[in-house]
Design a protein around this ligand. Structure first.
Ligand code: GAR
Length: 199
């Protein structure tokens, strides 16, 4: 008997291009379906894109919580738990989550990060790669643990750094690969295979 599809919640903060790539991949014989797109910013453009795709959306603005991460996360949990996700994909979600929150979803929360981890956790990854004189850059998908941008690697894609690159041109080249890598990892992950995807 075939299994019911895995339920995937996607957390975003901005444009949501990775969310769109993931949602578009979850059709046909894919073993998962998107059940919620959740943002910390009610104005996130990705929320409108998700709604156009017919995916339920919710927003919990972080600003009124004034840095009280526990209270923000308690509010975030309400729509998230109501969606009964099996897997949570952070897809350009730009809030740091506490260990209490990440621990609750241990082994079933993924993140995409625009660097070849363990290089350049945190922000400004592309500029840091350029400043270091790196000849290649890329993106990583990993399981989320309490430490920022750390956790078991589930996939990486590499791109060359080209002469004349600036942070924007490099980010654009990496983003194309993000849109290939994250769906490939998710598909493998929901099938129970955590072997890293290398593109
Ligand atoms: C992506 O490049 C993603 O890797 C990055 O934010 C961008 C979101 O774009 N995430 C991080 O930097 C997380 N630390 P998107 O909203 O178009 O998917």
């Amino acid at each position: 008997m075939s299994q019911p599809p895995k339920r995937v919640a996607l957390l975003i903060s901005g444009g949501g291009s990775n969310m769109v790539a993931l949602a578009q991949s979850m059709t046909g014989d894919h073993p998962a379906r998107p059940v919620l797109v959740l943002s910390n910013d009610p104005a996130a453009k990705g929320l409108a894109r998700a709604a156009e795709m017919g995916i339920p959306t919710a927003a919990v603005e972080h600003r009124p919580f004034k840095g009280d991460r526990a209270a923000f996360e308690a509010a975030l949990l309400e729509p998230l738990l109501a969606a009964e996700p099996d897997v949570i994909c952070l897809a350009g979600f730009m809030r740091i989550l506490t260990g209490a929150f990440t621990g609750r979803f241990a082994g079933r929360m993924l993140n995409i990060h625009p660097s070849l981890l363990p290089k350049y956790p945190g922000l400004h990854t592309h500029q840091r790669a350029l400043d270091a004189g790196d000849t290649e850059a890329g993106c990583s998908v990993h399981e989320v643990i309490a430490d920022l941008d750390a956790g078991p690697l589930l996939g990486q894609a590499r791109v060359p750094v080209l002469a004349g690159d600036d942070a924007d041109s490099l980010a654009a080249r990496v983003l194309v690969q993000e849109h290939r890598l994250y769906p490939a990892v998710l598909r493998r992950f929901v099938a129970g295979d955590r072997t890293p995807v290398i593109l």
